[in-house]
Design a protein around this ligand. Sequence first.
Ligand SMILES: Nc1ncnc2c1ncn2[C@@H]1O[C@H](COP(=O)(O)OP(=O)(O)OP(=O)(O)O)[C@@H](O)[C@H]1O
Length: 242
Amino acid sequence: MRLAAQAISVAKRLSDVSLMLEPGTITAICGPNGAGKSTLLETLAGLLEPDSGAALLDGEPLAAMTPRTRGQKIGYLPQAHEIAWDVPVRSLVALGRMPHGDSDPAPVAASLAALDLQSFAERRAQSLSGGETARVLLARVLAGEPAWILADEPLAALDLAHQLALLRHLRSAAKAGAGVVLVLHDLALAMNHADRVVVLDKGRVAADGGCENALATEVVERVWGVTARWIGEPGQRALVTF
Ligand SMILES: Nc1ncnc2c1ncn2[C@@H]1O[C@H](COP(=O)(O)OP(=O)(O)OP(=O)(O)O)[C@@H](O)[C@H]1O
């Protein structure tokens, strides 16, 4: 099931963005503040309709699908981590089953386990810390077992151990055939964990490809205006800035 953005322009926030995203892989979207990363993710989730071009899932425009059909196929985690309902964590995570019209306990339990949330299952959702809240909202996305997982800065509030556990989980989801698209500010996480990086700058694609090329120091300097050098081996790189 391929997800594509075809020559998309969105309200002057994105211009001429064309991407074909492959299932079974992790794609990172990187770029400076205001570059259009969240706008692109919302467009790929079918939540923002482009002024020109189209977002397509297996060739079918997302705009032509019902929200329920879209929700069965695409799980979306927005950047703002807010919980409006003070319900138990397990009930909140079970809302991820809504597009399927069931409350199947197996995927709910699996996603609670994947995010290390079993001991929080009966806690009121609004009593959680920022990082715990972020994990609960991601568990809700995973409970829907979507073919595509689109997450805006899913790692930002997580401690190191939970970041790595989540990345391992997303890698196994990708190995099982899911498409994973993550907005990431941490370029080292993108470099070490993504298969492909799309760099946005001022609403346009500035680089797109394998991590070593798309995040080459020349790109980091041109797009972020920062002089930097990658050290370490592929897969274990760190970015040193000057
Ligand atoms: N609802 C909106 N109305 C008007 N402009 C908007 C709206 N949402 C975002 N923008 C603008 O569109 C541009 C892209 O925003 P977007 O949130 O996609 O950037 P981003 O790359 O995700 O940024 P950040 O790293 O700061 O989260 C920014 O200049 C932003 O100010």
